[in-house]
Ligand binder design. Structure first.
Ligand code: FMN
Length: 215
């Protein structure tokens, strides 16, 4: 199949791209509503994009009917947010939390989830999530109708038993966060992992393929 995206409508482009570019990690984002309650919503246009500073970004589309979604609205007011990562145990909750409750009504309370204080930001994090990234708002970039919200990660919470004795290296296979796949309800786990070792140097690759070395 071949597709000319310049000739296709918005929903078809969305279906194709979100079906093909998978899995997408899920940011389950907590933010502070103006009335002090905690908003929670999943975003799978999300990733880590750099390390100087440690940068994450997510793409909220405008609300049906226009205007920013509650997550973006809160982040731009409070200038902080928490990305809670999700595993298989809480996947159904992630999906349910996408319900568009009226502004100020907490999905955390509606779903019976538990909050605990963060270290660097006032926004609390979710006890049910295995990993939480405390983020400081960096800015929003608008690319025509696309909104991209950037944050700098200031603090990470992750389970002790995911790490080797050095306290820094993750044990292979310990991270089992879920990803989003095609369609509105399809997800994946990351239980089937493999290791290709280090990236080869240019010399090693050329030796392997039999090409003469450029030097
Ligand atoms: C797994 C999952 C991923 C989602 N990813 C996005 C996304 O990347 N961008 C977006 O605008 N909406 C996304 N949504 C829909 C939002 O979660 C939904 O619109 C939600 O009501 C937004 O809540 P808020 O207004 O409290 O921010 C996703 C929904 C699910 C279930």
């Amino acid at each position: 199949m071949e597709f000319d995206l310049t000739a296709l409508g918005e929903s078809t482009r969305y279906r194709l791209l979100t079906g093909l570019v998978v899995p997408r990690p899920i940011a389950w984002i907590t933010t502070l509503n103006e009335n002090g309650t905690v908003n929670l919503a999943p975003y799978s246009f999300f990733n880590v994009l750099g390390n100087a500073p440690p940068l994450v970004a997510f793409g909220p589309s405008p609300k049906n009917g226009g205007g920013p979604k509650d997550t973006r609205r809160n982040i731009e007011t409070e200038r902080e947010f928490v990305v809670n990562l999700a595993d298989r145990r809480i996947a159904e909750m992630v999906q349910k939390s996408a319900a568009a409750l009226p502004y100020g009504t907490s999905e955390v309370e509606a779903l019976g989830l538990t909050l605990t204080p963060s270290k660097k930001v006032r926004t609390p994090r979710l006890v049910e999530s295995p990993v939480q990234l405390e983020c400081r708002y960096w800015g929003t970039v608008l690319v025509e109708a696309n909104e991209v919200v950037f944050g700098v990660v200031e603090y990470i919470h992750a389970p002790d038993d995911w790490f080797e004795a050095d306290g820094l290296s993750l044990r292979p296979g310990s991270v089992q966060t879920i990803g989003r796949m095609q369609g509105p309800g399809r997800y994946c786990t990351t239980t089937d992992q493999f290791d290709l070792g280090r990236m080869p140097s240019a010399d090693a690759l050329l030796r392997e393929t039999g090409e003469p070395s450029p030097r």
